[in-house]
Design a protein around this ligand. Structure first.
Ligand code: VG1
Ligand code: CO
Length: 544
């Protein structure tokens, strides 16, 4: 094959955020934009010669074109093998598993996750390292630095590869293998969960379920596992066909965006279990008949019940949560004497803890939960965990949750998002909050007295790397918290996230509506950050 070196101009905005580089499709289509970033990644890696790279995406608009370009660039950069999901598809957790299982050097995952897709919407690209996890900050910083000075990229002259036919082809030094995107992952799930028990519980009608794939990547995975392997009726999986624009919706599994599912679960004919996943299959929303389980509670409940699941029967080595995630899991860890870690937002911070065996389970408030089976959060894994739990405990979701609250208390929790705020205003809000930090401790606001106010920083306990400015925390003497941070995944302006949390020990108060229970903290958050005043808005765009 002929390898060309093409001159290019650097772009100044290729700094990966919380989870890879995310921009509008039109930005990725600009001359050399995708190529520059991919070459910056390859240039920053120790060695690409003779290495294996995994490649796949969530099927959104531009996925196939981007894959063809990356194949040619990987060929020109010396890789010797590419493992590509059929149709260019791989869910994020499946890509993580495939990197690990086949001992690949790394992988490129094409996704903007829960962001909408289509010619006018978002695209994304993320590099995962050989442990299957998102590249840690030392890598992403290097990619960005390289992108600022890059002046050429390498690309091979070759025909487009047929992405739809499973099998291998050899083109000069490069072996290209198109793999079934589902089977390795399905096998992994079978090794963790009690599929026989699940088959019985579903077959007997004890568990009825509905899974909303939101026209995103989990459709084929859910069909294979829930319907073909576990015997759930065909209509248990809805919106199962991946579409380039996700049917025009946000593939974001929460009560606001998965409203078809939400209506069913709170209606008269609700099944026992309902769940949804996001664009790239790493998020999960868990519901039962008439109940929504917050992701923070879900993590805590999983930690408390892990030994009922075959894959975790030996117990957990420890747990971790991202800083804004509620402290519900901390209570479980304290009760069971498990180490508990608090990390910055984003899955890349869990990788070292998982690799070192310090934790088995981890999660984020943003509908992400996972374990040491891969190095990404995993939507269908969480669904199977809950199904296995319901089958083992022979209890509806609502009873499992209420019993958990009775034992540990409830961390009433909500997140308010103000999206597409002008960047200058958003930075002003953060600056305003920062300025108040020294004087807040000791101050009393209504029933809340500030115990600490700081900007979260993290020292990785495994490699000692330091990550600063990871969100502003205001903690109160009763354990309540308000956290403020700017999103690192958006593509328009800035998104301010306000995380609110209040502990309630008293069982008679466990059924309160979260927004009502948190009303005073919500008011206080505004008093501290002035987002409504500074933006002229009256309410958040999304409340979860
Ligand atoms: C958001 C979530 C974060 C998650 C990240 C990637 O980031 O808050 O918890 O890890 O999305 O998830 P941010 O910076 O916008 O708050 V995914 O499913 O979009 O890859
Ligand atoms: Co995602």
């Amino acid at each position: 094959m002929q390898i060309n070196t093409t001159t290019t101009q650097p772009y100044s905005d290729q700094n990966p955020g919380t989870s890879g580089l995310r921009k509008k499709v039109r930005v990725f289509q600009e001359k050399g934009y995708l190529e520059n970033f991919v070459q910056s990644i390859f240039d920053s890696l120790d060695e690409t010669d003779g290495k294996t790279l995994v490649l796949g995406g969530d099927g959104r608009y531009f996925n196939r074109q981007a894959i063809q370009t990356i194949i040619k660039m990987a060929a020109a950069n010396g890789f010797s093998e590419l493992l590509i999901g059929q149709g260019g598809l791989l869910s994020t957790p499946a890509a993580s598993h495939i990197i690990r299982k086949y001992e690949a050097y790394g992988g490129l995952i094409l996704s903007a996750s829960h962001n909408p897709g289509g010619p006018d919407d978002d695209f994304g690209i993320k590099y995962n390292v050989s442990n299957g996890g998102p590249a840690p900050e030392k890598y992403t910083n290097a990619f960005y630095q390289r992108s600022l000075t890059i002046d050429s990229y390498r690309i091979a002259e070759m025909d487009d590869v047929d992405l739809d036919t499973i099998g291998s082809t050899q083109i000069d030094h490069l072996k290209i293998t198109i793999i079934d995107p589902v089977s390795d992952y399905a096998e992994l799930m079978q090794s963790i969960f009690d599929f026989n028990l699940l088959k019985q519980s579903i077959g007997s009608g004890y568990i009825t379920l509905r899974f909303d794939a939101m026209h995103a990547i989990t459709g084929p995975y859910a069909k294979r596992i829930l319907v073909e392997m576990l015997g759930a009726p065909e209509d248990s999986v809805i919106n199962a066909t991946p579409l380039e624009d996700f049917g025009g919706h946000h593939p974001d599994p929460n009560l606001a965006h998965a409203h078809e599912l939400a209506e069913l679960m709170f209606g008269p004919n609700a099944p026992t279990f309902g769940a949804a996943s996001d664009g790239d299959g790493d998020r999960n929303m868990i519901t039962g008949s008439q109940i929504f389980v917050t992701p923070s509670d879900s993590l805590a409940i999983m930690a408390a019940n892990a030994q009922l699941i075959p894959g975790y029967a030996k117990g957990l080595s420890g747990v971790a949560r991202s800083m804004p995630t509620s402290q519900a899991v901390d209570r479980v860890a304290a009760a069971y004497k498990l180490p508990c870690f608090e990390t910055p937002t984003g899955w890349k911070f869990f990788g070292n803890l998982l690799d070192a065996g310090k934790i088995t389970l981890c999660g984020e408030e943003s509908f992400g939960t996972g374990s040491n089976h891969v190095r990404e959060k995993d939507g269908l894994w969480a669904v199977l965990f809950w199904l296995n739990l319901i089958a083992r405990r022979r209890q509806p979701v609502a009873d499992i949750v209420h019993e958990h609250w009775q034992k540990f208390g409830r961390d009433i929790y909500s997140r308010h998002d103000y999206e597409a705020v002008e960047t200058e205003i958003a930075n002003g809000i953060v600056e305003h909050l920062r300025n108040q930090l020294p004087t807040l401790p000791g101050q009393t606001f209504g029933e809340f007295t500030v115990k600490f106010a700081d900007e979260f920083g993290y020292a990785d306990p495994v490699d000692g790397s330091i990550s600063k400015n990871q969100g502003i925390r205001v903690g109160f003497t009763d354990g309540s918290r308000i956290v403020f941070r700017l999103s690192g995944t958006g593509t328009v302006g800035a998104t301010l996230r306000i995380y609110l949390e209040k502990f309630e020990a008293e069982p008679s108060k466990h059924d309160q509506d979260a927004q009502e229970a948190l009303a005073e903290l919500i008011g206080l958050a505004e008093q501290l950050c002035e987002v409504k005043m500074r933006t002229g808005r009256t309410a958040p765009n999304v409340i979860t």
